[in-house]
Design a protein around this ligand. Structure first.
Ligand code: GRF
Length: 191
């Protein structure tokens, strides 16, 4: 039986695509479903290209969690990866997947995390604060934004000439390099 990983994404989904492509020659890992909270997110186009069914749920559905749980059961999901997903995961889903949900945050937690800290807001805040380093944090998901146990961090330099855009590019490069490797490492121990 392959290990079934559901991917959750709210936007472009470049991490989703990078993860699926990384695992494409590893038959032990399967990505049966992509879940979003935005029907117009570009991740749905990527899902079509990748031949993975994708679904959109409303904010209320995410708040409640039951409809999503039903879908996850239908697709026999073992593990959940949040790859650029912006809504909070409800207790219903967290308790059904204990220590089986991970997220990537585009900065070095515990700094620059919490509500409102996503996408360019994070990179803007890092630059405004005069930080000389930023990076990525991969962590378990609990009921509080960005507070679950940290699994892995990687660092990049923040230069005086960096803008939120150039910093986002550096952080994305780290995400593409490390997120699939960390997912593989964790998933291998859970199979
Ligand atoms: C990534 O930087 C991720 O860390 C953050 O949102 C961004 C998503 O990018 N939470 P993409 O949708 O994977 O292109």
């Amino acid at each position: 039986m392959p290990f079934n990983i559901a991917l959750f994404a709210s936007g472009s989904g470049s991490n989703v695509e990078n993860i699926v492509r990384y695992f494409s020659d590893k038959p032990d890992f399967h990505f049966p479903v992509i879940i979003s909270n935005k029907s117009d997110a570009f991740v749905h186009q990527r899902a079509k290209t990748l031949h993975i069914p994708s679904f959109t749920f409303t904010k209320d559905d995410f708040f409640d969690g039951h409809k999503i749980l039903t879908l996850l059961k239908e697709y026999q999901v073992d593990f959940i990866v949040l790859a650029g997903f912006l809504l909070k995961i409800p207790p219903t889903i967290i308790s059904a997947f204990p220590d089986k949900i991970i997220n990537i945050h585009p900065a070095l937690l515990p700094k620059f995390g919490g509500k409102g800290m996503y996408g360019h807001h994070v990179h803007h805040a890092v630059i405004e604060a005069g930080e000389t380093q930023s990076g990525i944090t991969i962590h378990y998901v609990n009921e509080h934004y960005d507070e679950g146990n940290i699994i892995f961090q990687a660092v990049c330099e923040v230069l005086p000439e960096d803008t939120p855009d150039t910093l986002a590019n550096k952080v994305h490069a780290l995400e593409y390099e490390y997120f699939p490797l960390i997912i593989e490492k964790i998933a291998t121990t859970r199979k």
